[in-house]
Design a binder for this molecule. Sequence first.
Ligand code: ADP
Ligand code: MG
Length: 703
Amino acid sequence: MGNQVNLEEIYGQNVFTLAKMKERLPKNVYKEVVEVLENGGDLSRESADVVANAMKNWAIENGATHYTHWFQPLTGITAEKHDSFVTNAGADGKMLTSFSGKELIKGEPDASSFPSGGLRATFEARGYTAWDITSPAFLKESGAGVTLCIPTAFCSYTGEALDKKTPLLRSMEAINKQALRIVRLFGNTKATKVNVSVGPEQEYFLVDWDKSMKRPDLIFTGRTLFGAPAPKGQEMEDHYFGVIRERVGEYMKDLNEELWKLGVPDKTQHNEVAPGQHELAPIYETANIAVDHNQIIMETMKRVAEHHNMRCLLHEKPFAGVNGSGKHDNWSLCTDDGVNLLDPGDTPNKNVQFLFVLSCILKAVDRHADLLRQSASDVGNDHRLGADEAPPAIISVFLGEQLDDVVKQLIETGEAKKSKKGGRLKTGVSTLQEFEKDATDRNRTSPFAFTGNKFEFRMVGSSDSMASPNTTLNTIVAEAFCEAADELEKADNFDMAVHDMIKANLTEHERIIFNGDGYSDAWVEEAERRGLPNIKSTIEAAETLTTKKSIDLFEKFGVFTQTELEAREEVIYETYAKTINIEALTMIDMASKQIIPAVAKYSGSLARDINEIKQAGADASVEQEILVEISKELKAMKKALDQLIKDEKKAGSIAECKKRAFFYKDTVVPTMAKLRAPADKLEMLVDKKEWPFPTYADLLFEG
Ligand code: ADP
Ligand code: MG
């Protein structure tokens, strides 16, 4: 085989790793970098200059011409503004390059057009990017050549966060501080840090590029706004874990190579439930690096797809009637001396520290279910959450049989005497090797599931940044730890106090535990009886950011100020309104310029056929029936189209952002559905040759 890869050789090739720094930096500077990496603080100006120069030389040796401060504005994706390394030509006409410590540490991309929710009025529009030394710089190869990307945070002149990374870093510091208090109380004197580990599983669709270019909806909105279901959907479940098609296999091979070069520890890949849908999961990493890497994964997925003449769709619901895409946020806490605080061991009933941590997490999730749900919301995800293919919009926690049993014992008697065991897996075939089963089976319908040694938050949308869900999770758990530590540090009898606290937390927050079928209607009713919030949409969820409870929480742990929260709420309304506006305009465009003319043309030719058939003395009643049906649907379509045009005008006249967003949700979105329904029926009535763009079958099965 000619095109094999040497994994060890290419892994991290495009990353300015610590190993590369060690090779290229003077010993004292390298030591200073490691010190800052481990304990925070600032690099001295002189050292920053040395690091910047080494970084530049490495980048140029590898073909880079430009550098960029790579940041994550509130659009949910990443942004970059490229500057070249060129300074000026020397007297001899030779090009000189430079890159100073100052340029490494601080950038000022004007970037005032990014959403800021009013944090940046134009007269005070300064925005700075600041180097995140904990996330390594990397080289991006693209059509624009090779660019040195420096991961940064993005803040306003007055220090308010304008991005998704700053609050994430703040929340990691908050949980580190509180979790350290907890491990100290349990007698660990060695650990100096508690890290958040995050492993995101990313789902995506691939469709043929040329076909996608014939659909304005895919081009402008990343999802189909019209489309009748294909004759075959996902009912045979033959795509899930199915053999990967050759074209997709080649794509995955390239994608893996690109990601490995960028130091992304991408590990598993398989086909997903829906036709054309796939999944990729990297190995977990420290939260901010995992979040950066997830952004790199999404960008690289799109870029590599183009090389294979395909389009990668990251939208949460690209096709009606088949599963949408999500992103599972696997989350745990590990001390720097190697203890995973979420590892129950073989006998969780005896693992007091684990039970304590678990009880704090249950308390946090129950108390802030609204914020957690908010953190996983975006416009596209409104199509998924609560529709039987993704977790419901109601937050609950799945513990599994073993832990559920331990929790019940604790609540009932204050003591857990035993842990259920998994037992041996027996297949009834003597030649298959027997092995120890997990103590708990899986539950795929739970939004927040315990899976062995981590929680899996499954609500996050496929196109969304992982920053918000992890920021929220870190902060709400930090709060529960903080409250516990405040009490336990004062306790005379620690063992007794912990014991009582576990029981109290579990008893008080038992309502958040649900091990049943999250897709059932019975659960929706049951959840309501339990008083669990069921927040239906992104913009309803946005309001939870600025409740007193939320402001108190985020301000206490220095993650968001009230002003920042208000700004974020505003950005959500803005983004929602803009997104639906684009979708509605695209529908209007496709309906009036493509679908209606095609249907009119077809009905004209059908009418002529009918006359000819009649003249020939034959029976044209079937053709006539079809024609009547077509004109009925066409009429319905025209009516809905006129309504949508009116609604759009009205929406545009609403000045206040929140009101406008709600008008889009309550009025424009239902009219869009009214326009789609007859159009999808017409697709089934009109000659396929006349249909103006590729259908679901074309996109999902013949891509
Ligand atoms: P599952 O089968 O439960 O989905 P996998 O082993 O496939 O679990 O892992 C899914 C994701 O969870 C991967 O990204 C993996 O690296 C990550 N993961 C595994 N252990 C942890 C952990 N302790 N903390 C955070 N993420 C983890
Ligand atoms: Mg999983």
